[in-house]
Design a protein around this ligand. Structure first.
Ligand SMILES: [Zn+2]
Length: 207
């Protein structure tokens, strides 16, 4: 598969191109870093299903630090005794760890997260997450996420073709496991399409 550096660079490049087109309206310069971040996140998102991927490790660390930091600050703000502060922070960290253990057990590499419906779902979630920043950014971020996600799947497929002797193309066993409409798990596929239908309804029924 293509490395995370390739995927994040492709995601950022797609968002940068979109930021400079009139297709999505003019995104204010102050919001463009957020647009690039959305492109990068979408370019990396499918690999969150790989238990050893760097994007998953970064996400785990970021959420762990954010949750533990918030609980610690809240406990100190309430003036709780030291043992309680330690216990609450430890419990929060334990819950985050447990959440990721469950997540890695449930997800399979090159499963449903490497699929076209998942990329569409991520794009709609990105649109919703950036909705408060205005229509131009929200639309641009959704489009950037869609194109960056599809770009990830295409890159993974291209990396599944090797040239035997530098000339004859040969397909690796991973070919066809990224750019697809469903996974081997019926439950995961149904859940993904249900989430997509729900997000389509939420996104486009809003006045
Ligand atoms: Zn991938």
């Amino acid at each position: 598969m293509a490395g995370h550096k390739t995927h994040s660079a492709a995601g950022v490049a797609i968002a940068a191109v979109l930021a400079n087109t009139t297709l999505v309206g003019s995104v204010p310069p102050a919001q463009q870093p957020l647009l690039l971040a959305c492109g990068m996140a979408a370019g990396l998102a499918p690999d969150l299903d790989s238990d050893t991927s760097r994007p998953l490790m970064i996400l785990k660390t970021a959420i762990g630090v954010a949750v533990a930091g918030t609980v610690l600050a809240d406990s100190l703000g309430q003036g709780l005794p030291k043992p309680d502060v330690v216990a609450r922070t430890g419990l929060a960290l334990g819950l985050v760890t447990l959440l990721f253990v469950v997540f890695t057990r449930l997800t399979v590499h090159r499963g449903i997260m490497h699929s076209i419906p998942f990329v569409c779902l991520w794009a709609l979630l990105t649109m919703q997450a950036t909705h408060t920043f205005g229509g131009s950014l929200s639309l641009a971020a959704g489009l950037a996420a869609l194109l960056a996600g599809l770009g990830h799947l295409v890159l993974d497929e291209l990396w599944s073709i090797e040239l035997k002797g530098g000339l004859v193309p040969r397909l690796k066993p991973t070919f066809g496991t990224a750019f697809k409409f469903w996974s081997g798990s019926l439950l995961a596929t149904v859940l993904c399409y249900a989430g997509l239908a729900g997000m389509l309804w939420v996104s486009f029924s809003r006045p």
